[in-house]
Ligand binder design. Structure first.
Ligand code: COA
Length: 270
């Protein structure tokens, strides 16, 4: 997806994660196409650095995550690293700061633009994003069982929450991948578009969100995420608190005034 990008790209061409900026939208491109963008430790570090630069930048309102090249979003953790790591090395690696937690903690919405294979840690990364738009060429799977291991980046927890226990169990126990049409049917992705339309469609959706109040977007995101992590009464309490935060914002004054004045709102994030 990055290859035809006309957006200014920062980072050297050989950077493991590139940042393409188009106005308020920052696209992080995982850039290791010769290894299907597998998430090695250096890729994870580069991702964290690029992600926090975008997340901390007040001019960025929406972050998109995608993979370089035509073939893969991310084909999982780097399997070559598994061959040499001791269990203690692996424990340390799993306790290191994680791209998934960074995405979840960020106040910015994060869209996964899935341009190809989305496997193992790649699917776990995509599931940590707020929602997923996929190319019709994408494929999805948790193939860890084929290596004699299990998903270790949240796959066993997030997949059943997204697509239900039976569908998740089938994917995790067989290791078989599913195509984009099935991913759409089971709710793993929210939209599927022809491969050459992925970039423009994701931009369109990102722009729609970028034009909302960043305060309301952050509050809505946090409240909605709480739905899967808390009992209903607790979730409703969280929603009320975040509603009142948005209600107290200058952007709420602007949104209500603009509606009454019959003009488009201009939100500043205050
Ligand atoms: N980790 C490390 N290297 C990987 C990788 C991964 N997850 N996925 C692919 N690669 C490497 C291959 O080893 C190969 O390296 P080489 O050129 O040095 O031999 C290169 O990427 C190209 O992969 P290849 O398998 O030849 O491409 P393909 O088009 O035939 O198949 C996949 C693509 C994605 C279906 C296949 O590579 C695959 O199944 N990858 C592993 C997926 C997986 O099990 N992920 C979960 C890990 S826990």
């Amino acid at each position: 997806m990055s290859d035809d990008s006309t957006a200014p790209v920062s980072g050297r061409d050989d950077s493991l994660v590139l940042i393409a900026r188009e106005g308020a939208i920052a696209t992080l491109v995982i850039n290791r196409p010769d290894k299907h963008n597998a998430l090695s430790a250096p890729v994870r570090r580069a991702f964290l650095e690029a992600f926090s630069a975008c997340s901390d930048d007040p001019d960025v309102r929406v972050i998109v995550v995608t993979g370089a090249g035509e073939k893969s979003f991310v084909a999982g953790a780097d399997i070559a690293e598994f061959a040499t790591r001791t269990p203690v090395d692996q424990y340390r690696a799993m306790r290191a700061p994680s791209p998934l937690e960074a995405i979840e903690r960020s106040p910015k919405p994060v869209i996964a633009a899935i341009n190809g294979y989305c496997l193992g840690g790649g699917l776990e990364l995509a599931m940590a994003c707020d929602f997923r738009i996929a190319s019709d060429r994408a494929r999805f799977g948790q193939p860890e069982i084929n290596l004699g291991i299990i998903p270790g980046g949240g796959g066993t927890q997030r997949l059943p929450r997204l697509i239900g226990l039976g569908q998740a169990m089938r994917m995790i126990l067989t290791g078989e991948s599913i195509d984009a049409a099935k991913a759409l049917r089971v709710g793993l992705v929210q939209e599927v578009v022809p491969g050459d339309a992925l970039k423009s469609r994701v931009h369109e959706v990102a722009l729609a969100i970028a034009n909302k109040s960043p305060v309301a977007v952050a509050a809505a995101r946090e409240a909605t995420r709480a739905a899967l992590q808390t009992p209903l009464a607790e979730g409703l309490r969280i929603e009320r608190g975040l509603y009142l935060l948005a209600f107290a914002s200058a952007d709420k004054e602007e949104g209500v005034r603009a509606f009454l004045d019959k003009r488009p709102p201009h939100f500043t994030g205050h």
